[in-house]
Write a protein that binds this ligand. Structure first.
Ligand SMILES: Cc1cc2nc3c(=O)[nH]c(=O)nc-3n(C[C@H](O)[C@H](O)[C@H](O)COP(=O)(O)OP(=O)(O)OC[C@H]3O[C@@H](n4cnc5c(N)ncnc54)[C@H](O)[C@@H]3O)c2cc1C
Length: 573
């Protein structure tokens, strides 16, 4: 079975839980946001995804991308689907009308990419970096570059890449060696090799716009010496640029996406933004990409869950332990062990959606809310929650899809059912866009500790608004928030004496925050799904909410224990 978007769930989270239209109407360019229009866009996106993209999931894996003579051929059907995609206006959904976009809220783009990733992770890698590249050129490109490239990238007529990684420079971009030599006409010549470049070469579009990190001759060593350049595959005069794909990688999964080794042979490029401020310009793109990768995690887990749920309803083995035992084998969906797996993944998927969609809404608020204080709180949310979404939900996509594979027994381990493809495809999302270890360090060491935990504490305080401690789920959130604040204060103090310590526990800290955000997200879902406040069936949300309480949130105590014992506040058992 192919992935089918569960549109009612998505509408419920956007409209009943997050009240997205009302929030967005406070923003000048989105004042006309109309709930009905949002529903229509999501429904159409769902239709496009299910009809055009999901059917290509299998062929993307089994045939994959092919490399010959410097050219890459994508799997059958990929090119037509991509042409259809951009010509239908999907990449330009959230781009500004003056750049040819539709000026719709970022959250609709987020929903679109979650669905596309669920349907076909490999295909979705191609347009995955487009919006980030658009934002980067829009904010940092010269007028001449914008005139040449902005509309083509906004519309998706030309695809874009992010060329950072080199053989010796992965997480540590400060080691990048690619050179950029200035020319008298204002252009630059780029020389060096980039590896692991998603969509570095392909047959989906006539041109490819590469955004390349490189070093000018007088640049200092380290990350501060990097500049960003735009180097197209085809130059404005129609000739080919000196950019060559040397090979594509043989990978564990994601066979529908070409991962390329790219050689820049004194290729022509132009500076984006200020010299030696390349990482600053690139961060616009990387942040957008990190939210997308978090959404990939949610989408992939949803796709795995759908397969496992359907299989569990059909497959009959033994009788399930219930008051009136049947005489014939029951569907495995009735066995508590299987229900536990399925409901636990739903707790992560539904809670993750609340957080990811809210982050996309906060992105728009951060850009254009009339009130500076509100803009600041939105920036804080995006900065702190994005690494958590990226790391915790990609980790869950891998472990949770492996759990979903378990639901199939031996049938999950063979190709026929397609679940093993999701497990293989999902693994990489924990690695690219900054590994999950780097996300955890980014959160704790670069964002939480430098202001003594004040920013995070104000975000947590806002999560606690309106809590009623007589309600167990409210009390649970209150306890986690208090625990997290204590850990933060202890870590701030401990880091003064032992700089290494936060790095040992950054992953546990990120998990503890993820579980706190998840507890908050489920409070919002529970409130919106009460019979008196919602048109949806409350029973739909009961089992995952119970799973959250029994099987997910107890991990908070374990993470707290690990950090406390590393801090020496507690004896290790
Ligand atoms: C399929 C795929 C697609 C990709 N697409 C792109 C792309 O389009 N553009 C692009 O530029 N790159 C791309 N990448 C590269 C990807 O971003 C890098 O693989 C990633 O940043 C990690 O770099 P590395 O592989 O060199 O690992 P390393 O940096 O060598 O890391 C190895 C291990 O050490 C850990 N580590 C490293 N430094 C630290 C530290 N300071 N503290 C704690 N742990 C640390 C890492 O977390 C990791 O577990 C892609 C990779 C893959 C596999």
């Amino acid at each position: 079975m192919n992935y089918q978007p569960r549109l009612d769930d998505i509408h419920f989270i956007l409209h009943d839980v997050l009240k997205a239209p009302a929030q967005l109407q406070a923003l000048p360019s989105l004042a006309d946001t109309d709930a009905e229009l949002m529903r229509q866009v999501v429904d159409e996106a769902g239709k496009f995804t299910a009809q055009k993209i999901a059917p290509l999931q299998g062929v993307g894996d089994t045939i994959g991308c092919k490399f010959a003579g410097g050219k890459v051929t994508t799997p059958p059907g990929f090119k037509d689907a991509y042409q259809d995609f951009w010509q239908s206006g999907w990449p330009a959904l959230a781009c500004a009308p003056e750049d040819g976009g539709q000026g719709l809220p970022a959250v609709l783009e987020a929903v679109l990419f979650e669905m596309l990733s669920a349907a076909n992770h490999g295909w979705t890698m191609a347009p995955g970096l487009l919006h980030g590249a658009y934002e980067c050129i829009r904010h940092h490109g010269s007028e001449a570059l914008k005139a040449q490239y902005l509309e083509k990238v906004a519309s998706g007529e030309w695809l874009a890449t992010m060329c950072l990684t080199e053989p010796h420079a992965g997480s540590d971009l400060g080691l990048v060696r690619t050179k950029a030599l200035p020319q008298t006409d204002g252009s630059y010549r780029l020389s060096g090799t980039k590896i692991f470049i998603s969509g570095g070469e392909h047959d989906l579009t006539d041109n490819i716009v590469h955004l390349v990190l490189a070093r000018l001759p007088d640049a200092p060593a380290g990350p501060k010496g990097l500049s960003l350049f735009l180097a197209p595959k085809v130059l404005p005069d129609g000739t080919g640029n000196a950019i060559h794909c040397e090979r594509i990688e043989e990978k564990m999964g994601l066979h529908g996406s070409p991962t390329c080794v790219m050689r820049f042979d004194w290729a022509t490029g132009w500076l984006i933004g200020e010299p030696q401020r390349g990482l600053n310009a690139m961060f616009v793109m990387m942040n957008a990409a990190r939210l997308h990768v978090g959404l990939q995690g949610i989408g992939l887990l949803e796709a795995a869950w759908q397969k496992a749920d359907a299989y569990a309803k059909e497959r009959r083995q033994m009788r399930a332990p219930k008051p009136t035992m049947s005489s014939t084998p029951d569907p495995i969906a009735e066995h508590p062990a299987m229900r536990r797996i399925l409901a636990t993944q739903r707790a992560w998927i539904d809670g993750g959606r609340v957080l990811a969609y809210r982050t996309a809404i906060e992105l728009d608020i951060a850009k254009q809310h009339p009130d500076a204080t509100r803009r600041h709180s939105a920036q804080l949310w995006c900065s702190l929650v994005t690494p958590v979404l990226k790391a915790a939900w990609t980790a869950q996509a891998f472990s949770g899809s492996s759990e979903c594979l378990q639901v199939f027994g031996g049938h999950g381990y063979v190709r026929e059912w397609g679940i093993e493809q999701i497990v293989r495809d999902a693994r990489v999302s924990m690695i690219y866009e900054g590994t999950n270890e780097i996300q955890a360090i980014d959160l704790l060491v670069r964002k939480v500790l430098p202001d003594g935990g004040a920013g995070l504490s104000s975000l947590l305080l806002a999560l606690c608004e309106g809590l009623d401690n007589r309600v167990p789920a409210h009390a649970q959130l209150g306890t986690q928030v208090a625990g997290l604040n204590q850990l933060t204060s202890a870590l701030v103090e401990a880091a003064k004496a032992d700089q290494e310590l936060p790095y040992w526990v950054a992953d546990d800290y990120l998990r503890a925050l993820a579980l706190t955000l998840l507890a908050w997200a489920w409070l919002q879902i529970s409130a919106a799904s009460q019979p008196e406040s919602s048109s949806v069936n409350p029973a739909r949300w009961t089992e995952p909410s119970e799973a959250l309480r029994h099987w997910v949130l107890p991990e908070f105590g374990m993470r707290q224990h690990i950090i406390e014992s590393r801090l020496g506040l507690r004896m290790c058992m």
